[in-house]
Design a protein around this ligand. Structure first.
Ligand SMILES: C[S@@+](CC[C@H](N)C(=O)[O-])C[C@H]1O[C@@H](n2cnc3c(N)ncnc32)[C@H](O)[C@@H]1O
Length: 170
């Protein structure tokens, strides 16, 4: 989200509402004058996400849409397009159609093969500044005797891939 410069007043599309955890963070970031539209295939996910947003007092900032984002989304000129589905590469074109010039695309994937296919799709599309990072957590143990990383292995949480829509295509 921070890598996509999501800020107060922005309009954002999310693909894969799931539990609504990311939707909550996005709704907080865009503030009362911003807008989040979140898509999900499943009614069950939409229901859970809607309930969690309501509990967080943020439901009014979010529009829930049930549908397959691979078929395209209705929104245009949005500032950011964030994806958490098994095949993020399949929504690169809908993302490009929805984003304003210079708008940010981001996807989360647990597996490196998903990252690779998404990067290829971004390269073949209208995106620049494409980059991927691995998110890992390293717990630090602070004791009287000293401070060091925990003996537990590094925790891989996933890969994030980013791109920005080109200003113009010729
Ligand atoms: C891993 S969960 C998303 C988790 C979410 N980021 C969260 O914070 O809880 C993936 C969700 O994407 C939805 N989904 C998968 N493919 C989709 C598609 N093509 N269009 C819309 N939603 C999709 C699934 O139904 C599922 O609810």
């Amino acid at each position: 989200m921070w890598n996509c410069d999501v800020k107060a007043g922005d309009s954002v599309v999310e693909v894969g509402a799931g539990s609504g955890a990311l939707t909550i963070a996005l709704a907080q970031a865009v503030g009362p004058n911003g807008r989040v539209v979140t898509y999900d295939l499943l009614k069950e996910s939409i229901d859970v996400a809607r309930r969690n947003l309501a509990d967080a007092g943020l439901e009014s900032r979010v529009q829930f849409k049930r549908g397959d984002a691979r078929d395209g989304v209705e929104e245009r000129d949005v500032d950011a397009f964030l994806v958490d589905i098994p095949d993020p590469w399949a929504v690169v074109k809908p993302g490009s159609d929805a984003l304003r010039p210079c708008g940010h695309f981001a996807s989360y994937s647990p597996n490196v093969e998903q990252l690779n296919r998404t990067v290829q799709a971004l390269r073949a599309g209208t995106f620049v500044e494409i980059r991927s990072i691995e998110v890992i957590e390293r717990e630090i143990v602070a004791q009287e005797s000293g401070t060091r990383p925990a003996f537990a292995p590094l925790g891989h949480t996933g890969y994030l891939t980013f791109g920005r829509k080109v200003l113009d295509t010729f």
